[in-house]
Design a protein around this ligand. Structure first.
Ligand code: GLU
Length: 448
C-alpha cells in the first residue's frame, strides 16, 4: 500500500483508538483508493487524506424526555457533519441503544462516498441517539423526537444538513421531528428532512427505495456475469424496512426469498416470502416489534432460535440487511461452504474486515453496501429536488430515476476498478468512484 496512506492510517488508528468501527471503515476506503493516490501526487501534496478522515463538524447533545409515568430520562444525541464538499450534509438518524460515537462516525464516513456515488449533490452526515425505541409508547416516541429536534434544529436546514431515517427511525419519527422543526422555526422548510409522509412533501417510492435499489444493482451485476435474477434463491438477513423492499422487488422479478432473520434467530420459508399477505406482514412485524419468530408462527414454517442464516445451503445469493459487523470470519467460512457465488451487502458495513477478505479470496462476488444501498439516500435527494420544485413526481418517475441511478452506480464502480487494473472489483470500484468526485471538489474549493 502507498506510504502516504500508511501514515494517514497510523494517525487515524492513534487518534481514534476507542472507535473500532470508524477505523474499520477508513481502512477499507483508504486501501481501495491506494492506486488513485499513486496516480495523483497532488492529493498527497495537499495532504488531502488527513482532511477527509476528519469530520468537518461533529457534536453531541443532551436529550431529556418524560416517560408515560412522569419519569425523566436523559439520552445522548449526536450529529456528524462529515463532509459538505459536494452538497448539503445528508444522512440518516439512528435510534438504537448501542449507538455511540464510533458508530455514528463510521456511518457518516461511509455516507460521504455513498452520497457521491448517487451522482446527486449531497454531502455526508449521520446522527442518532442511544435511545431505544422498542417498547416505547407513541407519546414517548413523540416526546423524545421533539426533544431531540429542539437540540438539533439550529444546526440543520434544507441547504445546511438534511437528516432522514435509519434504524429505529421511520415515517412516524420523521413526522414528529419535522413537526417540531416547523413549530420551532415557524417556516415551511419541507426539504429539511427526507422520508416524510406523503401528505407533507414525502416522495413516492422512498420507503421501498433502499431495497428496490439493491435489487436493481444486483440485476446489473448479474447481467455482467451473464446471469439473471429469475429463479434465484436469496437469503436475506434482517426483516426490517430494507429487507421488505428487497423481498418485494426480488419476488416481482421472479426470485425466491426464503430466509429472514432477527436477533433471536432465523426463519425458513421454503415457498418464499412471496405472497402479498406475507410481504405486508413484514411491515406489521416491524411496526409492532414482534420479533422474527412471529412470521414462523403465522405462516407455519420453521424457526431456528439463536442461529444466523449463513450456514444454509439452498440459496444462490446472500444479502445481509440487518446491521454492522453481523458477518464474522466463522460465518464467512460457512458462506464459502454453501457454494454461493454472490454476496451483496445491504446494511452498512455488515461484514468484518477479515470475513470480507475471506469471501473475496474464495471467489465470491462481493458488492459493498455503500453502493448497493445508495438508492435510499438517492431517492431522499430526489425528495429534496421535488420539495424545492414544489411538485410531486409519480411513482413511475421516481422508480425510473432510481433504476437508472443504480445501473450508473454499478457501471461507474466497475469502470473505476477496470481503469486501475483491478478487474471486476465492486468494492474498490465504489470507493474509487465515490472518492474521486469528493476529492476533486475539495481540491477545487481550496484548503480548509
Ligand atoms: N439511513 C439511510 C442510509 O444509510 C438513508 C439516509 C438518507 O436518506 O438520508 O443511507
Amino acid at each position: 500500500m502507498n506510504a502516504y496512506i500508511e501514515s494517514v492510517l497510523e494517525g487515524v488508528r492513534k487518534k481514534n483508538s476507542t472507535q473500532p468501527e470508524f477505523i474499520q471503515a477508513v481502512e477499507e476506503v483508504l486501501a481501495s483508493i491506494s492506486p488513485v493516490i499513486d496516480a495523483h501526487p497532488e492529493y498527497e501534496a495537499a495532504n488531502l487524506l488527513n482532511r477527509i478522515v476528519e469530520p468537518e463538524r461533529m457534536f453531541t447533545f443532551r436529550v431529556v424526555w418524560m416517560d408515560d409515568n412522569g419519569k425523566y430520562h436523559t439520552n445522548r444525541g449526536w450529529r456528524c457533519q462529515f463532509n459538505g464538499a459536494i452538497g448539503p450534509y445528508k444522512g440518516g438518524i439512528r435510534f438504537q441503544s448501542n449507538v455511540n460515537e464510533s458508530i455514528i462516525k463510521f456511518l457518516g464516513f461511509e455516507q460521504i462516498f455513498k452520497n457521491s456515488l448517487t451522482g446527486l449533490p449531497i454531502g455526508g452526515a449521520k446522527g442518532g441517539s442511544d435511545f431505544d425505541p422498542a417498547g416505547k409508547s407513541d407519546a414517548e416516541i413523540m416526546r423524545f423526537c421533539q426533544s431531540f429536534v429542539s437540540a438539533l434544529y439550529r444546526y440543520i436546514g434544507p441547504d445546511i444538513d438534511v437528516p432522514a431515517g435509519d434504524m429505529g427511525v421511520g415515517g412516524r419519527e420523521i413526522g414528529y421531528m419535522y413537526g417540531q422543526y416547523r413549530r420551532l422555526k415557524g417556516v415551511w422548510e419541507n426539504g429539511v428532512f427526507t422520508g416524510k409522509g406523503l401528505t407533507y412533501g414525502g416522495s413516492l417510492i422512498r420507503p421501498e427505495a433502499t431495497g428496490y435499489g439493491a435489487i436493481y444493482y444486483l440485476c446489473e451485476a448479474l447481467k455482467h456475469e451473464g446471469d439473471t435474477i429469475e429463479g434465484k434463491r436469496i437469503g436475506v438477513s434482517g426483516y426490517g424496512n430494507v429487507s421488505w423492499g428487497i423481498i418485494k422487488k426480488a419476488t416481482e422479478l421472479g426470485a425466491i426469498c426464503c430466509y429472514i432473520s432477527g436477533r433471536e434467530g432465523y426463519v425458513h420459508d421454503p415457498d418464499g416470502i412471496s405472497t402479498e399477505e406475507k410481504i405486508n406482514y413484514l411491515l406489521e412485524m416491524r411496526e409492532k416489534h414482534t420479533g422474527v419468530k412471529a412470521y414462523a408462527d403465522r405462516f407455519g414454517c420453521e424457526f431456528y432460535p439463536g442461529e444466523k442464516i449463513w450456514g444454509v445451503k439452498d440459496v444462490d445469493i446472500f444479502m445481509p440487511a440487518a446491521t454492522q459487523n453481523e458477518v464474522e470470519l466463522e460465518d464467512a467460512k460457512k458462506i464459502v461452504d454453501s457454494g454461493v457465488k454472490y454476496y451483496f451487502e445491504v446494511s452498512n458495513m455488515p461484514t468484518k474486515a477479515d470475513a470480507q477478505a475471506y469471501l473475496r479470496e474464495h471467489d465470491i462476488i462481493v458488492a459493498p453496501s455503500k453502493a448497493v444501498n445508495a438508492g435510499g439516500v438517492g431517492v431522499s435527494a430526489l425528495e429534496m429536488a421535488q420539495n424545492s420544485e414544489r411538485l410531486v413526481w409519480t411513482a413511475e418517475e421516481v422508480d425510473e430515476h432510481l433504476k437508472r441511478m443504480m445501473i450508473n452506480i454499478h457501471n461507474a464502480s466497475a469502470e473505476a476498478a477496470e481503469e486501475y487494473g483491478l478487474g471486476y472489483d465492486l468494492i474498490a470500484g465504489a470507493n474509487i468512484a465515490g472518492f474521486k468526485k469528493v476529492a476533486t471538489a475539495m481540491m477545487e474549493q481550496g484548503v480548509f
